[in-house]
Design a protein around this ligand. Structure first.
Ligand SMILES: NC(=O)c1ccc[n+]([C@@H]2O[C@H](COP(=O)([O-])OP(=O)(O)OC[C@H]3O[C@@H](n4cnc5c(N)ncnc54)[C@H](O)[C@@H]3O)[C@@H](O)[C@H]2O)c1
Length: 259
């Protein structure tokens, strides 16, 4: 059961341990900063080498405890080691933001099957690997928990040259629904946040030149999103304020998928 807890609208995470996978940059780092601002102890996990530095910078800015650890979601051993290290450092895990991401754009006639498989290995299976490992910790703790994955507007609408990415994110939406269904009895909410283009390394890689200006023209808000705007939605889905929301994929797209 996902129990009722009176909420204030403060989106408070004081005393919670929050793990951000894909946290060394972009939306992940913005989310980690917001969690820290709301009082959580924050773990930065990412396949990049700079996790400890990102964690230290957030601790210095927000005055909360943080921990940075390298983790590749395509490796079971790496994920298991990260989860064990977090438990050793902070004792428990209450919130997981799972948002590692890979994108490489080709038309469906041209993309190599290896490339499709890499999208699925990182964005779908890799995210599931982390969710499964952390959910088992949350179930053993017996206190429920919050899991938020970052999906994409590509869940809702076809986008040129996004076939590998879209296949992986569509699989992630399916995963979110099944995990939300199965883990509700343990008090665990599982949700997605589906952004439009966000001004990050990935956003710059996928949207340049004319495709960028054309895309901005199609978005009713007439701009791309900033990382803190996505982090705010992830934060909401990580707090008691959203206890009655599970299995959802919340679009944050400036109106792009209205059409
Ligand atoms: N930027 C956009 O336009 C956009 C739009 C919709 C959805 N998203 C999604 O948002 C999420 C965050 O992306 P971002 O825009 O912040 O991009 P980003 O490239 O800044 O961040 C992605 C992070 O994932 C990490 N990562 C990649 N592979 C990994 C692996 N195997 N194991 C662990 N970490 C790994 C990277 O090192 C990086 O820090 C992704 O899931 C992405 O698909 C992004």
């Amino acid at each position: 059961m996902i129990g009722y807890r009176k909420v204030t609208g403060d989106l408070d995470l004081t005393g919670k341990v929050a793990v951000v996978v894909g946290g060394a940059g972009g939306i992940g780092e913005a989310t980690a900063r917001m969690y820290a601002h709301k009082g959580a102890k924050v773990v930065i996990a990412d396949c990049k080498d700079n996790c400890p530095e990102v964690a230290e910078a957030i601790a210095a800015d927000c005055g909360t405890e943080t921990f940075g650890i390298k983790c590749d979601v395509t490796s079971q051993a790496s994920v298991d080691a990260m989860v064990a290290a977090v438990k050793e450092r902070f004792g428990e895990i209450n919130v997981l933001a799972a948002m590692p991401g890979f994108v490489d754009l080709y038309r469906a006639t041209d993309i190599e099957i290896d490339n499709v498989e890499k999208h699925i290995a990182v964005n779908a299976v890799g995210v599931f690997r982390v969710c499964q490992a952390v959910a088992n910790v949350m179930i053993a703790q017996g206190k429920g928990g919050k899991i938020v994955c970052v999906t994409s507007q590509a869940d809702f609408i076809a986008i040129n040259k996004h076939v590998g990415y879209t296949m992986s994110k569509a699989a992630l939406v399916g995963m979110i629904k099944v995990c939300a269904l199965e883990w509700a009895e343990y008090g665990i909410n599982v949700n997605g946040v589906a952004p439009t283009v966000v001004n990050t390394y990935m956003g710059e890689k996928a949207w340049q030149g004319k495709v960028k200006t054309d895309m901005i023209e199609k978005i009713p808000a007439h701009r791309f999103a900033e990382t803190d705007e996505i982090a705010a939605a992830v934060l909401f889905l990580s707090c008691d304020e959203s206890n009655m929301i599970t299995g959802e994929d919340l679009v944050v797209d400036g109106g792009f998928t209205i059409y």
